[in-house]
Ligand binder design. Sequence first.
Ligand code: FMN
Length: 387
Amino acid sequence: MPVITCIEDLKRMHRRRAPRMFFDYCESGSYTEQTFRDNCSDFQKIRLRQKVAVDMLGRSTRSEMIGEPVAMPVALAPVGMTGMQCADGEIKAARAAEAFGVPYTLSTMSICSVEDVAAATTKPFWFQLYVMKDEEFVDGMLERVKKAGCSALVLTLDLQILGQRHKDLRNGLSAPPKMTLPVMLDLATKWGWGLEMLKTQRRSFGNIVGHAKGVGDTSSLASWTAEQFDPQLDWGKIARLRDKWGGKLILKGILDEEDARRAADFGADAIIVSNHGGRQLDGALSSIRMLPPIVRAVGDQVEIHMDGGIRSGQDVLKALAMGAKGTFIGRSYIYGLGAMGEAGVRRALEVIWKELDISMALCGEKDVKALGPHNLLVPEDFEGRWA
Ligand SMILES: Cc1cc2nc3c(=O)[nH]c(=O)nc-3n(C[C@H](O)[C@H](O)[C@H](O)COP(=O)(O)O)c2cc1C
């Protein structure tokens, strides 16, 4: 077993083990990837305030997200095609999250279906919905999600049209991969991945195939999105879905104070400050940069979560201290999954938990819920002046 010290170690192993098209799918942002890079580099601009001579026994990272107890306020974000990073990837990630005591969010664009994941876990997980033009499919999906016992619906608002990711076009991304010569040459060096994949039947979009009518080429995420996602999604349609769902609702993809006010007035249980990991509007500001103004605008009205660029427990600490009640990680756990399957996701969570716990202690804090701006050193120009 290799020594894994940090998320970067898992990323290196993921790159070696998974087919290039799937590693690249994970490791890309849209267009110039400016927002993708800023999500991480803006975290680096914030520093932690060291405190000494504080009793650090009895620390706790326990908290709640939308009223659910969590071992630490770090949920697994919805990630499409997780089951291509590693066979049955969604099941493995959900089981690792359950064992650790953090929420798992299943994507609409998953390989394992909502029924598959429900059958392999014992506690409720969350489901992320992309709104499709076909209302019958959406309504049917919501019924399936309720039947699977999911405890929250995460409605993603920032992907009704797909931001272009150059690597996916160059690699001919599809699930399952089409056997072109470059793909076959790559797979010849990824036999561990291939052998596991041969053992599972789950190799296309499990929530969709056999459930949506008139779906053409499901293997291509890009053409499927263009064909099926509803570009007319607006607050009226969101209200219809809220009423149809009737349970806890999290709105994902808020990056603007006005939108945050709208979402808070709307009565969402939580919002996720997010730019989809820099995969949609390239040129948007980073999530951590937009967190403070959104907290100032609606922090007393709605629970605020954030994602984008979290690669360590120190990053989680910074987001919480800036006012997020919870965080989500995307790539950080996907690296673990691509590297070592279920054990890799567990390892990613352990790494982040340990970094959070130790950094909290060195900041002189015993309770994750007590973190605040007093723990941070933020450069005066961090938020910048944008007109
Ligand atoms: C490979 C990949 C696939 C994703 N698929 C989805 C998805 O299906 N639904 C969704 O709402 N967000 C999706 N996201 C965005 C994540 O939920 C999350 O917002 C993002 O990964 C956070 O940034 P981070 O990866 O830097 O942690 C995806 C992100 C990645 C990296």
